[in-house]
Design a protein. Structure first.
Ligand SMILES: Cc1cc2nc3c(=O)[nH]c(=O)nc-3n(C[C@H](O)[C@H](O)[C@H](O)COP(=O)(O)O)c2cc1C
Ligand code: SF4
Length: 425
């Protein structure tokens, strides 16, 4: 049985309350941090743990923090990304509902390491219940001296404020999020400069995902070596992550596993395999933006580097499983409509390209395909990838490129026969 870090106490009924959290050893990591570590030592410890961002990009957390200038006269900010908009991803919701104090504790540790005194949680608008639970937890943390002035009597101050989003996927992209937090339209910014240098209100800012920050109390309590060791076999990764598993599996849900687990193990050992004993056809391993894998590519390990070597990505850890009866043209059409709707419209290739991809897939799915459609889809996607302000464009193009390449015959059939060979419609 794999070691559980984040979800170990999810079954404790009052774990979301401060009494339950403290009873299970909560806030000990923070206590140890403030008593035994200087801020620079915390950054070094987190670097050594090999913790990588679990919001999508998989960038080293300690490294990201070290980019924040130490001598800036401006205030610095921590922004917690709780927007969780990537289709197929629902693990942050569980963390917010079941373990809000773990996130708060992690946020105080991160803020202490970087010298931050104000933090915001940007939480997706649809997460009404998680926002309420988190607000209660924040109030409890203030009342018990874990937030506010002179935390635990150690002279460190931090305020934590919740900001609710309004349902735009692009506000999960860190610079779109910062614009939205400043009260503007959530249009992503050109990078560089990166938020570590010019972020919220033009000040140095750390943006971290809920799950990333929730790992910190455990790293500080048990040590970087312990965390890195959980992931033996993936030298540049550490710890566990929570995979959200959906689609054609017997037991959809969240599974916390070391990053060295294989995709096959997630689908068959943990999520119970495919219903009705059907064959697996395809899997998206890291949220809807990740290139799709075929059934014979699932022996890949789920760490960031192994998935990259397999020409896909770990992304947000959303595993979407498709069985043999899935029409890949229709499945891609579902994704394409999402990207066409959510594009912020700032860059031409993304704004126009996502619209055209959705239109072409609409006609393929509705028996009106044209012989050149598979090539046109590829060409439009090729012209989006790498040519946009933010990575949304890549995330919209990669599914198209990979679906058309790996399941080309299905797209050809729809284009030439004007019907579906899988659904027989
Ligand atoms: C279109 C788009 C949507 C994103 N949505 C989210 C999101 O909902 N939550 C999240 O944590 N990161 C999201 N990201 C990634 C963030 O931009 C950023 O990399 C992340 O919050 C950094 O935190 P981490 O280093 O802890 O992963 C998104 C990125 C893109 C391009
Ligand atoms: S890539 Fe798309 S979502 Fe990102 S800035 Fe350009 S138009 Fe907006």
């Amino acid at each position: 049985m794999a070691e559980l870090v984040l979800t170990k106490n999810f079954g404790v009924p009052d774990f979301h309350k401060i009494e339950g959290y403290i009873r299970c050893g909560g806030y000990e990591g923070l206590k140890k941090t403030l008593e035994e570590f200087t801020p620079d030592q915390v950054i070094e410890e987190v670097k050594k743990s090999n913790l990588r961002g679990l919001g999508g990009a998989g960038f080293s957390t300690g490294m990201k923090w070290s980019f924040v200038p130490k001598d800036s006269p401006k205030p610095k900010y921590l922004v917690i990304n709780a927007d969780e908009g990537e289709p197929g991803t629902f693990k942050d919701r569980y963390l917010l509902e079941k373990a809000p104090h773990m996130l708060i504790e992690g946020a105080v540790i991160a803020a202490y390491a970087v010298g931050i005194h104000t933090a915001y949680v940007y939480i997706r608008g649809e997460y009404v219940k998680p926002a309420k639970i988190l607000q209660n937890a924040i109030e409890e943390a203030y009342a018990h001296g874990f937030l506010g002035k002179n935390i635990l009597g150690k002279g460190f101050d931090l305020d934590l404020i919740i900001h609710r989003g309004a349902g735009a996927y692009i506000c999960g992209e860190e610079t779109g999020l910062l614009e939205s937090l400043e009260g503007k339209k959530g249009w992503p910014r050109l990078k560089p400069p990166f938020p570590a240098i010019v972020g919220l209100f033009k000040c140095p800012t750390v943006v971290n995902n809920v799950e990333t920050l929730s790992q910190l109390p455990h790293i500080m309590k048990n040590g970087a070596a312990w965390f890195a060791n959980i992931c033996q076999g993936a030298p540049k990764c550490g710890g566990t992550r929570i995979f959200s598993v959906s689609g054609h599996v017997n037991r959809p849900g969240i599974y916390e596993l070391p990053l060295t687990v294989t995709l096959r193990e997630i689908i068959y050992d943990h999520a119970g395999g495919i219903p009705g004993g059907k064959k697996l056809k395809a899997v998206i391993p890291g949220g809807s933006s990740a290139p799709v894998l075929t059934a014979d590519e699932i022996d890949v390990k789920m760490d960031f580097d192994s998935l990259m070597a397999a020409k896909t990505m770990g992304g947000s850890g959303g595993v979407i499983v498709m069985d043999e009866d899935t029409c890949m043209v229709k499945a891609l059409y579902v994704l394409a409509k999402f990207y066409a709707h959510e594009s912020c419209g700032q860059c031409t290739p993304c704004r126009e390209g996502t619209g055209w991809i959705a239109k072409i897939l609409h006609r393929l799915v509705h028996g009106e395909g044209r012989p050149g459609d598979p090539d046109t889809l590829k060409s439009v996607a090729d012209n989006i990838a790498g040519n946009t302000i933010c990575p949304f464009g890549d995330g919209a193009a990669w599914p198209v490129q990979s679906f058309v390449k790996k399941f080309r015959s299905e797209f050809e059939y729809h284009a030439k026969e004007r019907k579906c060979d899988i659904l027989k419609t």
